[in-house]
Design a protein around this ligand. Structure first.
Ligand code: MTE
Ligand code: MO
Length: 194
């Protein structure tokens, strides 16, 4: 996307306390997970009518979209105009998913890492199951073959090596949230820590 923004426009896109970076850093707890597309699958479980798993081939049959967005890491860096391709979470869910009692979500990653968010944040139109970054298949370092992308919240909610989406009634804190990070994590409200 050609940038037509003036410096003034750019500063209005940088949340409080953030500084710009010019490329996407690699950042995660633990080691890089290496998962082949043939082994990748997404488990959809918890408060759903039927627990199910979505394999890579089925994900690729769903409509793909391109998305340009800014990402904001809680450690203070912001990357503007990142470009992703994948499937909207709203196109992955069946009409009867989740059950009406669901209020919260636990996102699971291969290796056991988790993050949590309120259901309404997951159901935003810009939440993506991303499998390409800047026109290339998403590398293992950046969470490939498939990661979650939740652009409205701090980037730690965008789980790399996405393996499961679990719907719950009560909020269940994830890996960083149990260690003091904010349960929601809105960068514009600077919700870094609980
Ligand atoms: N599975 C998993 N996903 C994760 C993390 C992690 O530790 N494990 N770290 C998060 C954090 S804090 C950030 S900033 C981004 C970094 O993504 P990147 O390495 O592609 O820049 O991944 C997020 N997703
Ligand atoms: Mo982060």
């Amino acid at each position: 996307m050609p940038s037509t923004s003036s410096p003034e426009d750019l500063s209005s896109r940088i949340p409080p306390g953030q500084r710009l970076v010019d490329h996407l850093p690699v950042l995660h707890a633990g080691s890089v997970m290496r998962i082949s597309t043939s082994a990748w699958e997404l488990k959809i479980f918890g408060l759903v009518p039927r627990q199910r798993t979505l394999p890579w081939a089925d994900l690729r049959e769903l409509p793909a979209v391109d998305q340009h967005c800014d990402v904001h890491c809680v450690t203070g860096w912001t990357l503007l105009d990142s470009h992703w391709r994948g499937v909207k979470l709203l196109d992955v869910l069946e009409p009867d998913e989740p059950l009406p009692e669901a209020r919260h979500v636990v996102i699971h990653a291969t290796g056991g890492w988790t993050t949590n968010l309120p259901l309404e944040e997951l159901l935003q139109d810009d939440v993506l199951l991303a499998y390409e970054y800047e026109g290339q298949p998403l590398t293992a370092e950046h969470g490939g073959p498939v990661r979650l992308l939740v652009p409205r919240l701090y980037f730690w909610k965008s789980a790399k090596w996405l393996s499961g989406i679990e719907f719950t009634t009560e909020q269940r804190l994830g890996y960083w949230e149990r260690r003091g990070y904010h349960a929601l994590g809105d960068p514009w409200l600077e919700q870094r820590y609980a």
